[in-house]
Write a protein that binds this ligand. Structure first.
Ligand code: NAG
Ligand code: NAG
Ligand code: NAG
Length: 368
């Protein structure tokens, strides 16, 4: 990336030098300013289209305003301090990264939504109006090493297009919302995109750690989830398709659900296929260790038939699932499922055991 940035800058200087040889000084300064841009306010982020390098210093976003980081293709974007949001009347997303082929590194600084100023236990179902999502990743590229702190409701929406997105070392910390059960609908990552890898991320929240709503070629790996609703595919709504997902080497603790596929009971023209679970550790689960259901919003109700599920596997390393109390190890609640599902690397223990209604699917192997 530095070499690309340098090339762009040199090319601009050469063009200026050739076109206006007698006015080079002013233009050269101008060009240099545009190539490396500093963001320290909402206004300074207004037009980053000529910036191949963006440095974000600490600043506060006032009520009613939002920020978009739309820099030049291939830009490097780094943070040197926190971005803090005042309690706002603006609708989400409050900050959008929309740069093609971005190389974003948050330097372990925070994007702080001050969620406690909104949290009332009702999330986006009622009560105080909460901007959501808080953060949006558009464009594509790498998004690394940032903490998204205390989102009012849903934290990060992934809607990348145009290329592969790698989200690595990102923390969503809404653990403060555990107090008084005030944090609600605080999803970590909501993904509606293809070619996305979430790696080495940490989510502490009160809802889905990851929810994959649509897309293909998605990897969730080496990440840790606690306090919420585990790693989910869905909920799958009418017209939505998820295929080609690998969920590997993640740890889910102290959560209501561990690993879940949830399809809306009334969904049509939708499907879930080709989902591999490999070597995950799931423990401290209060309701369902593994839940594969076509009866959402019910957990285990009357399943719909308009959104088939196929090719689900637990292979490639043991997935350990430990549930507590009256929780179930594995529940499959299918109205339209098919194929042979190899569950030979699922090892689930505790609680009230399993309930399997797999429709036309055959589950082979595993202990649960
Ligand atoms: C140099 O260019 C700038 C902006 O393009 C212009 O405002 C300024 O008058 C020019 N100076 C000279 C000496 O031509
Ligand atoms: C944004 O900046 C670019 C390059 O720096 C410039 O060409 C363009 O005119 C600016 N757009 C607006 C709307 O100011
Ligand atoms: C899961 O637990 C096993 C046994 O304790 C351990 O060897 C493995 O590294 C753990 N996997 C993860 C992803 O933490």
């Amino acid at each position: 990336m530095p070499s690309v940035a340098l090339f762009v800058r040199l090319a601009a200087l050469v063009a200026v030098a050739v076109a206006v040889p007698n006015n080079g000084t002013v233009s050269r300064t101008e060009t240099a300013k545009r190539a490396t841009c500093t963001v320290n306010s909402v206004a300074s982020a207004a037009n980053l289209s000529g910036c191949t390098s963006v440095v974000i210093n600490a600043f506060t976003v006032p009520s009613g305003q939002t920020v978009t980081i739309a820099a030049a293709s291939g830009a490097s974007v780094v943070m040197t301090g926190d971005i803090t949001f005042a309690k706002t009347t603006a609708a989400g997303p409050l900050i959008t990264f929309n740069t093609p082929n971005i190389v974003f590194n948050g330097g372990d600084h925070r994007i702080n939504g001050n969620g406690a100023m909104y949290w009332d236990g009702q999330g986006t179902n009622g009560g105080v109006t909460k901007p959501h999502p808080f953060v949006k990743f558009k464009g594509f590229g790498t998004f690394e090493d940032v903490t998204v702190l205390n989102s009012p409701a849903q934290a990060i929406s992934v809607g990348t297009t145009g290329g592969k997105a790698i989200i690595q070392g990102v923390t969503v910390d809404n653990s403060a919302g555990d107090a008084g059960a005030l944090g609600h609908n605080t999803d970590g990552f909501d993904i509606s995109a293809s070619d996305v890898t979430v790696s080495k991320c940490v989510v502490k929240n009160q809802d889905d750690c990851v929810a994959i709503n649509s897309g293909s070629t998605i990897v969730i790996e080496d990440s840790t989830c606690s306090g919420g609703h585990g790693i989910s595919i869905g909920s799958i709504a009418t017209g939505k398709t998820v295929s080609g997902v690998t969920i590997a080497r993640n740890t889910v603790t102290n959560s209501v659900y561990g690993l879940r596929i949830k399809v809306d009971a009334d969904a049509t023209g939708a499907s879930v296929s080709n989902v591999k679970y490999e070597a995950n550790n799931v423990s401290g689960i209060s309701k369902y260790g593994v839940l594969i259901s076509q009866s959402y919003p019910d957990d285990d109700g009357t399943p719909g038939t308009g959104a088939p599920i196929s090719a689900i596997s637990f292979t490639g390393g043991t997935t350990n699932v430990a549930v507590t109390g009256s929780a179930h190890t594995l529940v499959v609640d299918c109205g339209a499922c098919s194929g042979t599902w190899d569950f030979s690397d699922l090892h689930a223990t505790g609680g009230a055991g399993h309930i399997i209604a797999a429709n036309k699917a055959t589950i082979s192997g595993g202990t649960y």
